[in-house]
Design a binder for this molecule. Structure first.
Ligand SMILES: [Zn+2]
Ligand SMILES: [Zn+2]
Length: 268
């Protein structure tokens, strides 16, 4: 029994994550070109035609730009809330309706042998969600594009073996950086993105529940962050709590333009 996870791409230029059990293969978001997603899956020995379903976190372009191609060319089903589908439908072009599975919420659904729980988050999108995936006692969580951390998110994620969490920006870099004021305000608001400090805080909370083994930092801003800065900020917050990277937790990055490490979580 195992659950695998690999970040194919993460960042404001595109997002696509891969989750796999023995029999079921899923993508979370399809925000890179069909060509990139196909070749990055091949790099971890996965045929794109074998993907069983796509889930969406929300309708922003960096999460859906390859969706139409994947549905038309590879006939991959889409699992989505009604509201997000309404926001996405005009952007993806013509798709086969039989590939569409729409839900009021995605609080508890099963695809193949993976249990999926979607949790509502705050972001400037119509119905944004983060997700946990469970199979055979293993649990993976993905939370990006959220402006604030609710108790509900911590509750849903606290028993994850692997958590991919947004570490979008360094607050000082954002404040002095090139973005217009309205955009800075949006990013810093509860409908924006989590900072490196936020990521460190939620990582600490989750690790202290005692189950998490892997924390992956995600959706790093190109303009308002550096990979080393995100990593060191989170590491510093954890070490202040006597949580040592390497000893107590594996801390890793995900990348805007390349495939991250493939993780296999085995139980039993
Ligand atoms: Zn995004
Ligand atoms: Zn977004």
């Amino acid at each position: 029994m195992s659950l695998s996870f690999c970040s194919l791409a993460s960042g404001s230029s595109g997002n696509c994550q891969y989750v796999e059990s023995q029999t079921t293969r899923l993508l979370v978001d399809a925000g890179m070109s069909g060509k990139y997603i196909k070749s990055s899956l091949e790099s971890i020995d996965v045929n794109i035609a074998s993907i069983n379903g796509i889930l969406l976190t929300h309708e922003h372009a960096d999460h859906i730009s390859g969706l139409g191609v994947l549905m038309r060319r590879y006939k991959i089903p889409l699992h989505v809330t009604h509201k997000t589908w309404e926001a996405v439908r005009l952007k993806v072009g013509e798709v086969d309706e039989t590939l569409l599975f729409r839900y009021e919420d995605m609080d508890d659904i099963t695809i193949g042998d993976i249990r999926i729980r979607g949790t509502r988050i705050t972001h400037d999108a119509v119905d944004p969600l983060c997700y946990t995936f469970e199979h055979g006692g293993s649990k993976v969580g993905i939370a990006t594009d959220l402006g604030a951390i609710s108790d509900e998110v911590v509750e849903r994620f606290k028993d994850c073996d692997l958590l991919m969490i947004e570490s979008n920006h360094d607050i000082e870099m954002l404040k002095v950086g090139p973005y217009p004021l309205y955009l800075k305000r949006r990013i810093l608001s509860e409908f924006g993105h989590l900072s490196n400090e936020d990521a460190g805080y939620i990582a600490k909370e989750i690790i202290q529940f005692g189950r998490a083994k892997n924390i992956l930092l995600a959706h790093l801003s190109k303009e308002n962050n550096f990979p080393d800065l995100a990593y060191e900020t989170v590491r510093g917050i954890l070490e202040n709590e006597d949580i040592l990277v390497g000893r107590d937790i594996n801390l890793d990055l995900t990348y805007r333009d390349k495939v991250g490490k493939l993780y296999r979580i085995k139980k039993g």
